[in-house]
Design a protein around this ligand. Structure first.
Ligand code: HQG
Length: 212
């Protein structure tokens, strides 16, 4: 699972302290940006205590405190690096507060937070990408949130396929979200356009064409 993979991410001490002729030099490359994103996901979604931080009730942490904490753990991250990651992250995973003093992950948490997204009317159809091997179980019990706070749904099938292919041959399930919402289920949308629901009962999932 992704969360487990995230938890295995070591704070990338060595990779950050590149030593050139006895001098410690930091080179920010795409690879480093990905590493920073993984580190931020680990801290802001799953294990803030790893660097001695606590998120507030809505998942925010003070930017200056975050930088100080990771620096203290041997990662020479600067405010500039952080802003670069927030701006360029492929899925816009992180958001700065309006006053730019705080940062949080927009979704994907396993720690208890209330992101305070309001219920919204979803599009008629949403999509969920999953590896083929989970389909039978989903057919039996519906979509469960697992270790995360919510089931994550994509606004289109292309994005869902990318989510599903992280762990094997992807299957895209079509969710009758409009119908589900009218039946009383609550949907929320994250700042980075992921639709969130507590559970998706099997009667709102279309498996046809997709899993064979
Ligand atoms: C599956 C990444 C068996 C579910 C992605 C999924 C996404 C079931 C897995 C975001 C099941 C949970 C979330 C059931 C659900 N039986 N398997 N009844 N119900 N599942 O990683 O949606 O890079 O927690 O299909 O791109 O894959 O982290 O959720 O395969 O947006 O920003 O259980 O994480 O974004 O896996 O991914 P996950 P997800 P980030």
């Amino acid at each position: 699972m992704l969360i487990r993979a995230s938890r295995q991410v070591e704070i990338p001490r060595v990779a950050w302290n590149i030593s050139l002729r006895g001098k410690s030099v930091k080179i920010v490359k795409d690879k480093e940006t990905v590493k920073t994103s993984k580190l931020l996901s680990l801290i802001l979604r799953h294990e803030p205590e790893r660097v001695g931080l606590r998120l507030d009730g809505a998942g925010w942490v003070n930017v200056a405190e975050l930088l100080e904490a990771v620096n203290r753990h041997g990662v020479p991250l600067t405010l500039e690096d952080l802003k670069h990651v927030v701006a360029t992250n492929d899925k816009k995973r992180f958001a700065l507060s309006d006053d730019r003093l705080k940062i949080r992950a927009s979704q994907g948490h396993s720690v208890e937070v209330d992101l305070q997204y309001q219920p919204e009317v979803p599009p008629e159809f949403l999509y969920h990408g999953t590896p083929q091997k989970f389909v039978e179980s989903i057919r039996a019990t519906g979509l469960n949130k697992g270790e995360r706070h919510d089931v994550h749904l994509s606004p289109n099938a292309t994005t869902a396929a990318k989510v599903g292919q992280r762990r094997g041959r992807p299957v895209v399930l079509k969710i009758r979200a409009g119908e589900m919402q009218r039946a009383g289920h609550v949907f929320r949308r994250s700042a980075n356009d992921v639709w969130l629901a507590a559970f998706v009962p099997v009667e709102f999932i279309e498996f046809e064409q997709s899993d064979r």
